[in-house]
Write a protein that binds this ligand. Structure first.
Ligand SMILES: Nc1ncnc2c1ncn2[C@@H]1O[C@H](COP(=O)(O)OP(=O)(O)OP(=O)(O)O)[C@@H](O)[C@H]1O
Length: 229
């Protein structure tokens, strides 16, 4: 079980001179699911990119446990125990499922943990990844990410482009995974986010508008305001 919490304090960041995030405070459940909601363009993906170090923080701090990791490279954050699955999946279409998974396996070469989480991948190991369904591609990306044995997993819209019948399946697997590690979940499917999350942050124009446990957030009139286009 993980005891390493990821937290952000007063976090700002963006693209070049364009500031997108303003003074974001966030602290993740360990283990468990912390969902981040907000309308398109609210800054959810940008937040994950700053947390993993793909974009620099221009203010504030990111901590893993008590250690500030704000200035660490993405590679060192991954080594420290954070994994990231971006929205646009880095899946190599020409490679088999097995070879795509092996990219995440490091020196051990073992892909068993990914297959234990998503047994369907075990049946598709020799398939070309480009021929997989949207849901299966998401499974490959998540399965590969957990092979680095992360304590914290950042997931950007794992159900985007996934057939509704498979959304629950992915949700069930994430719920299992969240018994062991912390997941920060950016998600457009509200039902799934409310089902999985221990805590929810609602973002609006680069700020955290409010946060709370799912019951509180669902009945907060600010939710509709923050999610309406
Ligand atoms: N590469 C980029 N360069 C400049 N601005 C960007 C870039 N990527 C995103 N943005 C801008 O940053 C803002 C926040 O985008 P972000 O992708 O973080 O939002 P989001 O909440 O994840 O939205 P979505 O649900 O659509 O993915 C938007 O105004 C977007 O146009």
């Amino acid at each position: 079980m993980s005891s390493l919490a990821l937290s952000a304090t007063g976090l700002s960041g963006g693209y070049g001179r364009v500031r997108i995030l303003f003074d974001v405070d966030l602290s993740v459940a360990t283990p468990g699911v912390t969902a981040v909601l907000g309308r398109n363009g609210a800054g959810k993906s940008t937040l994950l990119k700053v947390l993993i170090g793909e974009l620099p923080a221009t203010g504030g701090d990111v901590k893993l446990g008590d250690v500030a990791i704000t200035r660490l490279s993405t590679e060192r954050r991954i080594r420290a125990g954070i994994a990231y699955v971006p929205q646009d999946l880095p899946i190599f279409s020409n490679l088999s499922v097995r070879d795509n998974l092996k990219i995440g396996a490091g020196r051990s070469g073992g892909i068993d943990r990914a297959i234990a989480l998503f047994p369907k991948l075990g049946e598709r190991l020799n398939h070309r990844s480009g021929a997989l369904s949207g849901g299966e591609r998401k499974m490959v990306a998540i399965g590969r990410a957990i092979l680095s044995d992360p304590k914290i997993l950042l997931l950007d819209e794992p159900t985007e482009g996934v057939w509704s019948g498979v959304i629950d399946e992915i949700g069930d697997r994430l719920s299992e995974l969240a018994r062991e590690i912390s997941i920060i979940l950016v998600e457009q499917h509200l039902d799934l986010a409310f089902r999985l999350a221990d805590r929810i942050y609602v973002m609006d124009r680069g700020h955290v508008a409010f946060s709370g446990v799912p019951g509180e957030v669902r009945s907060d009139p600010r939710l509709l305001q923050c999610l309406s286009p």
